[in-house]
Design a protein around this ligand. Structure first.
Ligand code: 2M8
Length: 425
């Protein structure tokens, strides 16, 4: 085992708060949904029980209607805004701990398959009951997605807040977010810019809009039907849909192992619907997949990493495969480390600002996976190698400047450590 692998494991240990992992100390002091799913896969490379525990702690926050919230506030902290009092979701689920009121990409199902497969190769028959319990939690959340976030049956699931996407400040949301009011009743007490430079973070007006959206949904008392009608921001997101589709395929795999026939049928129907929806979002002229703004009815053409995420779920045809390869190579041309989260030739590109250019190791992990699935192993190996090199050079930071390779955002970051462990595995 290398020193760097040791260091990655040490970061997960350092960020462990008792069976769950914070993304990084101080900047993100709670349990985040998709971070924990990635982190559980990192743990699975050396500690299966801890991997399961990460997901078990996450579902402590699952709502009665199946939603897996984006943040679980296990223990209070005043180093992050907005905290539980701003969300005020207490009445929506009658269990402790409190949570935020929105969700995040459902990597959970992908993670569960990954750790269950490793457990099986280790001959760990004792994980069966734990797997079954987590499988049913995931299934409830996939039902929630289909019912609540695709009520008009497009085969695409929608986000009602940029924070749900995980790529919070992406240029993809600019136009849709500009329609949202900057007026808030809540005083905005940002903590993020006390931990990292404001030049790397969203602007104040973005935060005003983020909080305005929270207030709209809080006034709906977090009722999903009311939120759908009231939402001033509503985007059918290809990245979210692709992750849901892929996680659904992974749940089908688990259900087959557990011999759950009704669940296989139900999940297969969901899978088919999502793949049909995704296929319709390919654009030849852009050489990628595009999200749909449900309020304007227009395609979101901004070139972001989301263009390529559907590869984790979809088998491309020959034309698409070549187009994607060319496009990713074009985006990475001249970069020390790709794949940038916004195309470098776009006028929105900012190499250091949050989700507007920097490279995220977990996004590369998804892209590498999608390229391998689509028989583009050579390009996948290059991106994987560059990601590992970037981490070895700059450390386990939150993200990287693609032009300089510099490490940015928070330090000692859990999902970057997890990405390293999995890509090296
Ligand atoms: C970032 O998002 C949070 C809000 O959820 C924030 O900026 O306050 C995003 O990078 C998100 O994808 C990530 O899950 C979270 C914790 O790492 O940080």
């Amino acid at each position: 085992m290398s020193d760097i692998t040791d260091a990655a494991r040490a970061i997960l240990a350092f960020n462990d708060r008792g069976g769950y992992t914070v993304p990084t100390d101080a900047l993100y002091p709670f349990q985040w949904n998709w971070d924990s799913a990635f982190v559980s896969m990192g743990f699975a490379t050396f500690n299966i029980d801890r991997a399961y525990q990460e997901l078990e702690r996450l579902i402590e926050g699952q709502w009665d209607d199946g939603m897996l919230p984006h943040i679980v506030f296990h223990v209070p902290s005043d180093t992050y805004f907005p905290g539980p009092d701003v969300w005020n979701t207490h009445h929506r689920h009658h269990k402790k701990p409190t949570t935020s009121g929105i969700t995040q990409p459902p990597v959970f199902g992908m993670a569960l398959r990954y750790i269950y497969e490793i457990a099986l190769t280790e001959g760990r028959e004792d994980v069966l009951a734990r797997t079954r319990l987590l499988f049913h939690a995931a299934l409830r959340s996939h039902r929630w997605w289909m019912k609540v976030r695709d009520p008009e049956k497009r085969g695409l699931v929608a986000i009602l807040h940029p924070w749900e996407s995980g790529s919070d400040n992406s240029p993809a949301w600019d136009e849709a977010l500009a329609r949202v009011s900057t007026i808030t009743k809540t005083e905005i007490c940002r903590q993020d810019t006390k931990h990292v430079s404001a030049a790397m973070r969203p602007h104040h007006a973005d935060y005003q809009r983020f909080i305005h959206l929270v207030e709209v949904y809080r006034e709906c008392k977090w009722d999903p039907v009311k939120q759908w009608s009231a939402a001033p921001f509503k985007v059918a997101d290809v990245q979210m849909t692709a992750i849901l589709a892929r996680a659904t395929a992974d749940l089908i795999w688990i259900a087959s192992h557990l011999n759950l026939l009704d669940e296989i049928n139900e999940l297969s129907t969901i899978h088919r619907i999502l793949l049909d929806g995704l296929r319709g979002r390919w654009r030849n002229n852009l050489r990628g997949f595009v999200s749909l703004d449900l309020i304007s009815g227009k395609d979101i053409q901004k070139p972001t990493q989301a263009y390529f995420i559907p590869l984790i779920a979809i088998e491309l045809d020959t034309y698409q495969r070549e187009a994607v390869q060319d496009e990713i190579e074009r985006w990475c041309n001249g970069m020390i480390v790709g794949v940038p989260s916004t195309a470098p030739f776009s006028s929105d590109f900012e190499s250091k600002r949050y989700w507007r250019g920097p490279v995220w190791a977990v996004i590369n992990w998804l892209i590498v996976d999608g390229l391998c699935k689509n028989h583009l192993a050579e390009l996948a190996a290059i991106i994987e190698g560059n990601t590992i090199n970037a981490i070895e050079r700059a450390g386990f930071c939150e993200y990287f400047d693609p032009i300089t390779g510099e490490g940015l955002g928070g330090n000692s970051f859990s999902w970057t450590a997890a990405a390293y462990l999995v890509l090296r595995h």
